[in-house]
Design a binder for this molecule. Structure first.
Ligand code: SAH
Length: 223
């Protein structure tokens, strides 16, 4: 099957922007992003921008998905936890790269649509639940990798997620209370403790506990 020109352009843009991991590029090439955006935005599905998916949420910008996935250093042996399923796009990219993805979304209607998309695409290694992702998924822990796709307001990552990270594991998470001041952080759990690394500035919708209303917010996962 030939690759669409607009998809090739996006892949070239990702490569020029520092995405060198060919497995990550390959996964992005294989997942049709238009499936994850509303009909009205199909024309923009391969633009490097976040797009609305309803309920005030957005599908992240492709470059952010690619960078966060590359920073996660996923292998086919890994069990990965994702917080913030949204459209299901990031989960499906991860599904191509790892053994199993567990994903949690607080908005059940978004989750239902996302999971139906994955079924239609015959992606069978993603398990999902609706709920507060800041609590993680203790029954399935430990996870070799954890990715959070909404911004955590605290100065330390959610304790439950750190607890559920395997020794040797990596967690990639946007942190920061101010939308103008968010950074993607990477935490590595070692025998001795937690190593912390600052990656790059971003703008994500907030990570909110159950029951809390989101403020009027816009682009998730854009720069
Ligand atoms: N990864 C998504 C984009 C995420 S947008 C994609 O590929 O499309 C961030 C998502 O995180 C939103 O859908 C939002 O509802 C969800 N979210 C915010 N706080 C959450 C929480 N505490 N637990 C689970 N999901 C949460």
């Amino acid at each position: 099957m030939s690759v669409e020109p607009r998809k090739i352009r996006l892949l070239m843009h990702l490569r020029k922007s520092g995405i060198t991991d060919t497995r990550v590029l390959g996964a992005i090439e294989r997942i049709p992003r238009e499936v994850f955006v509303p009909q009205a935005f199909h024309d923009q599905a391969y633009e490097d921008m976040a797009l609305p998916i309803g309920l005030g949420q957005t599908i992240s910008q492709p470059l952010i998905v690619a960078r966060m996935t590359q920073a996660l250093e996923v292998t086919e042996r890994h069990k990965v936890l994702e917080i913030g399923t949204g459209s299901g796009y990031q989960a499906s990219v991860l599904a191509k790269l790892c053994r199993r993805v567990y994903t949690i979304e607080r908005h059940k209607p978004l989750l239902d649509v996302a999971m139906q998309r994955l079924l239609d695409m015959r992606i069978h290694n993603v398990t999902a639940k609706a709920g507060d992702g800041t609590k993680g998924w203790p029954e399935q822990a430990p996870f070799e990798r954890i990715i959070v796709t909404a911004a955590h307001g605290g100065t330390e990552p959610p304790e439950a997620l750190v607890d559920q990270l395997a020794v040797g594991g990596l967690m990639v998470i946007p942190m920061g209370t101010e939308r103008r001041n968010q950074k993607v952080m990477r935490y590595r759990r070692t025998e001795e403790g937690i190593e912390r690394e600052e990656l790059w500035p971003v703008r994500f919708v907030p990570l909110l506990p159950d029951g809390q209303q989101e403020p009027a917010s816009k682009a998730a996962g854009s720069r």
